[in-house]
Write a protein that binds this ligand. Structure first.
Ligand code: MN
Length: 145
């Protein structure tokens, strides 16, 4: 089965969804589900696109992400490391690790994200979590919440 792309960031018959159903911890980001999981392969492949200046939620959870950057560039926080990312880079987000993607380099940032269908809900940082994250000056100047 082939799902044809219609332009750089859209596919035939795949709707463009809100990144999350609720909340305001993110900016200028959309979600498209390219593979929705089966009993034989119980994972989802989602395409997220962050418009220039946007970002994903700062969050952590038990489940793991494997992320393939397929468009543009930006930066990602993984744990206490902020790293530049661009097309063809692969980012693994281990369980229980703070992470946030930002399209902060003037272009959109598009990436495929692999997750288990059965997964825990993300946790957003508490005031105490933010205080502890901000003790690292590089993290402090990066994160948006
Ligand atoms: Mn996540």
């Amino acid at each position: 089965m082939v799902i044809r792309h219609t332009d750089e960031s859209h596919w035939e018959s795949i709707p463009v969804l809100n990144y999350k159903e609720e909340g305001n911890s993110f900016r200028k980001i959309t979600r498209q589900v390219l593979y929705d999981g089966t009993r034989e392969l119980p994972c989802q492949v989602r395409y997220f696109e962050v418009a220039p200046g946007g970002h994903s939620s700062l969050e952590r959870h038990e489940h793991v992400h494997v992320v393939f950057i397929v468009r543009g560039e930006g930066d990602v926080l993984v744990g206490s490391e902020v790293q530049r990312i661009s097309e063809k880079d692969v980012v693994t987000i281990p369980g229980n690790t703070w992470h946030q993607f930002q399209a902060d380099r003037g272009s959109a940032l598009g990436f495929l994200c692999l997750v288990n269908v059965e997964r825990d809900r993300p946790h957003m940082p508490t005031a105490e979590d933010l205080e502890s994250l901000r003790r690292d000056p590089r993290v402090a100047s990066f994160i948006k919440s």
